[in-house]
Design a protein around this ligand. Structure first.
Ligand SMILES: NC(=O)c1ccc[n+]([C@@H]2O[C@H](COP(=O)([O-])OP(=O)(O)OC[C@H]3O[C@@H](n4cnc5c(N)ncnc54)[C@H](O)[C@@H]3O)[C@@H](O)[C@H]2O)c1
Length: 315
């Protein structure tokens, strides 16, 4: 079936989108990719992707969906601190942009829309592991994703569009965006330690996160296309394990065989949540299970960052 199937990916030049494009191409799908390159990088979009440098808020994206059987909507401002700084831009892209994508998908008559939600929707919940049953957003980023979730519900109920929401926990792996002002912990620790500098830990390091490897996430993406049991549902995509920031730091220090002390700074606004831990029962019911062991995942990340340094991409 995938020989003639086409997937449209928004945010294709970003971390998850570019990895997803690789997987879909390997599986024989045609991929049409949209990204305005505000955070994404053109060179990490696989050459086989039919790429369009467009903004998801533009009407120019509509014709691109006509050939699409499936849509992955990933484009967003994905950093909590960027959304805290500029809630207007966050809502414009993460809400209005998402609605424009849903409308384009609806008008084109695509089979399924798979869109990115986030574990940040559980910011106010302290029941662990956390199931998909209830959300309690607290930051501007999470508010914007909660609105996206409501509009997805509307497109399902009023337009009959098949919607699948993926609640990613902390995804890490190849092409994780280390260029951000405040990079995700794993990349930031590795980069600093390789440079023999002290990494910054925001808070006291006791915050725990559920880290999930990008290949595991991609396994679920592929299941979404092949298995209709996912239709009109929401899934947590995490590993079902939590690691504290300090634990991550210690593990990376061990892999790199260095002993450098971190610098502690106050928590970032909007990112104070103490713990995330996914209940992945629903995703497991579809036959998915995360395969990557956390230490092996960190070793892969070290190899990736070292290769980026060698290429001169990280100075
Ligand atoms: N990476 C994670 O751990 C994680 C966790 C939870 C949720 N998510 C969600 O998953 C999705 C993908 O995340 P990611 O880590 O790959 O993020 P990313 O920032 O690497 O990728 C997002 C891409 O969207 C593009 N984009 C932003 N605004 C756009 C616009 N107006 N028009 C067109 N393109 C635009 C950016 O240029 C970027 O390439 C996002 O929706 C994010 O909120 C990610």
């Amino acid at each position: 079936m995938n020989k003639n199937s086409c997937a449209v990916i928004t945010g294709v030049a970003g971390f998850i989108g570019s990895n997803l494009a690789d997987s879909l191409i390997k599986e024989g799908y045609k991929v049409i990719g949209i990204d305005n390159l505000s955070h994404g990088i053109k060179s990490q979009v696989p050459s086989e992707v039919e790429f369009y440098d467009l903004d998801i808020r533009s009407k120019d994206i509509y014709p691109l969906f006509r050939e699409g059987d499936f849509v992955f909507h990933l484009a967003a401002i994905s950093s909590i601190s960027d959304c805290q700084k500029d809630p207007i831009e966050a809502s414009d892209i993460n809400i209005t942009g998402a609605i424009n994508v849903f409308e384009a998908a609806y008008q084109a008559g695509v089979k399924k829309v798979i869109y990115a939600e986030t574990s940040a929707l559980y910011e106010g919940i302290d029941v662990f592991p956390t199931s998909e049953m209830r959300i309690a957003p607290k930051s501007f980023y999470a508010f914007s994703k909660a609105c996206e979730n409501l509009f997805a519900e509307g497109y399902k109920n009023f337009r009959g569009l098949t919607m699948i929401g993926l609640r990613y926990f902390n995804v890490y792996g190849y092409r994780q965006d280390y260029r951000r002002t405040i990079p995700p912990v794993i990349s930031s620790f590795i980069i600093k330690l390789l440079k023999k500098e002290s990494p910054i830990i925001y808070g006291d390091g006791s915050k725990k996160r559920d880290f999930i490897y990008v290949d595991d996430v991609n396994d679920f993406h592929l299941l979404c296309l092949k298995d209709d049991r996912v239709n009109n549902k929401i899934f947590n995509l995490g590993s079902g394990e939590s690691h504290s920031v300090l634990e991550v730091y210690e593990k990376i220090k061990e892999i790199l065989k260095v002993d450098i002390k971190p610098i502690f700074q106050k928590d970032l606004e909007g990112d104070e949540i103490r713990k995330t831990l996914a209940d992945i029962t629903e995703a497991k019911k579809i036959g998915w299970t995360p395969k990557k062991n956390f230490t092996e995942g960190l070793e892969d990340m070290v190899r990736y960052i070292k290769a980026e340094i060698k290429k001169g991409n990280i100075v």
